[in-house]
Design a protein around this ligand. Structure first.
Ligand code: LLP
Length: 428
């Protein structure tokens, strides 16, 4: 990209405007929208790899594995980027297992999280030879043991500890507090580990925690780390050795002037504490999702209509809550930026989609200078957008393009109405 004319947009680590046009890796978004239509998700491979590199710098010289939490964005083309970069994967369903295997993952680098694994999912994951089950309850331990014994296997397990730490994020994405459904209580951990170690179908390999998502402060991580290490000492004193320590994901990204620590800075801080407590050489696992892909993607949408209202002006676009569910679900903020700048004064709009709900909004009170037919980019849309997309209002899911240097690859074609109707019947 020509540094003289490319200007980075404020509040985003990568997106730049060159000669007036918004770009991803030097590729004008308008060109891609014209070719593939809208709404369109566009991802940058390099920006994903840059985000991964920050973790790798933080773990330099350590025995560490980054397991990308694929729930953030499970498209095969995205998974392949991380598989080729040597990452492991954190999955939460049999469907996600099938996805990572289809993308070429090494099963030994796959860990399986989640509070509600079914027997069938356990069986599939055991047969695939995954690296670890992150078990979330005593009942699950017993079921996994039974499933493994029946198939004459031993399931590698880690137990998810609920450290009772406040991650200071949206309540729907806090997971490490006593009132949450996740993990086992700190006070019960030693007894549960003793029980697990006695079960013949299980092999205890580690311990894990995950305290929440979009965490923008290092302190909850430091607090959780101390509490997990206290437990590791107690569990090992009870005669159960732990091979790895998994600290989950959760690191936030900058959506709107948020200032999360960089992954390398955070992990340098955390490994310093691990060293101080004598755990610096232990195998470390992390499960980042959002921080690897969130700022590597945008959603391009077309302005359909401008509708002046009595109290508000509406800018109605062709993307909706079924494509970008985060504002409706968590009142989340995504920057919305025109692909091409227009001269003149901006007006204030609520940017909304065509879905028949007042909750279908993408941005509120945004100053925009736009006309119908203009294209807008919804930024930081790489995580928890396409992966949470639905067919509500019988809307087909958007197409996705992965840009890498000069190459733009359609990694998912737009969903057709035939795709949507294919599994439905009038009779059986
Ligand atoms: N590990 C476990 C066990 C998790 O439950 C999650 C996310 C992660 C790792 C990855 O967390 P991340 O690094 O992406 O924060 N849909 C919400 C976020 C839900 C997060 C669920 N668990 C959103 O759009 O904000």
């Amino acid at each position: 990209m020509n540094a003289a004319t490319a200007a980075r947009l404020p509040g985003h680590p990568h997106i730049a405007r060159q000669d007036g046009a918004l770009q991803v890796e030097g590729r004008p978004l308008a060109e891609l929208a014209q070719k593939y239509g809208t709404p369109l998700f566009v991802y940058s491979k390099q920006w994903m790899l840059d985000a991964l590199a920050a973790y790798q710098r933080g773990f330099a010289g350590r025995d560490a594995m980054v397991c990308y939490a694929i729930k953030a964005n499970s498209s095969l083309g995205v998974l392949r980027v991380f598989a080729e970069a040597g990452c492991g994967f954190d999955i939460v369903s049999g469907g996600e297992l099938a996805r990572v295997l289809a993308a070429g993952a090494d099963p030994a680098k796959v860990i399986f999280s989640g509070v509600g694994k079914t027997r069938a999912e356990m069986r599939e994951a055991l047969a695939a030879g995954i690296g670890c089950f992150n078990v979330e309850s005593e009942a699950e331990l017993d079921v996994l043991n039974a499933v493994a014994l029946k198939d004459d296997r031993r399931a590698p397990v880690s137990i998810r500890i609920n450290p009772n730490v406040d991650p200071k994020t949206h309540p729907y994405i806090s997971t490490g507090l006593k009132g949450n459904k996740f993990g086992v209580a700190h006070d019960r951990a030693v007894a549960i580990y003793r029980h697990a170690a006695a079960l013949k179908g299980l092999k205890v390999v580690g311990i894990d925690c995950h305290i929440g998502s979009q965490i923008t402060d290092a302190s909850p991580y430091l607090e959780a780390l101390e509490r997990v290490l206290d437990l590791v000492e107690a569990i090992e004193a009870a005669g159960v050795p732990l091979h790895h320590l998994d600290f989950g994901g959760g690191l936030g990204i900058d959506y709107n002037g948020d200032t999360p620590p960089a992954a390398d800075a955070l992990w340098q801080q955390l490994v310093t504490r691990l060293d101080a407590r004598g755990f610096g050489q232990r195998r470390l696992i992390v499960e980042p999702g959002r921080s690897l892909v969130g700022n590597a993607g945008v959603c391009v949408t077309e302005v359909l209509y401008l509708k002046p209202g009595e109290e508000k002006n509406f800018c109605i676009v062709d993307a909706a809550m079924n494509d970008l569910p985060r504002p409706a679900m968590y009142q989340a903020f995504h920057q919305i930026v025109p692909l091409a700048e227009r001269a003149g004064a901006a007006a204030t709009y609520d940017v909304v989609g065509p879905v028949c709900e007042s909750g279908d909004w993408i941005g509120r009170d945004r100053a925009l200078q736009v006309q119908s037919g203009d294209l807008l980019a919804v930024l930081s849309a790489g995580a928890y957008c396409m992966a949470m997309a639905s067919n509500y209002n019988t809307r087909g899911r958007a197409a996705e393009v992965l840009v890498s240097g000069k190459t733009a690859t359609l990694i998912r074609r737009r969903e057709s109405i035939d795709d949507q109707l294919a599994s439905e019947r009038f009779s059986d």
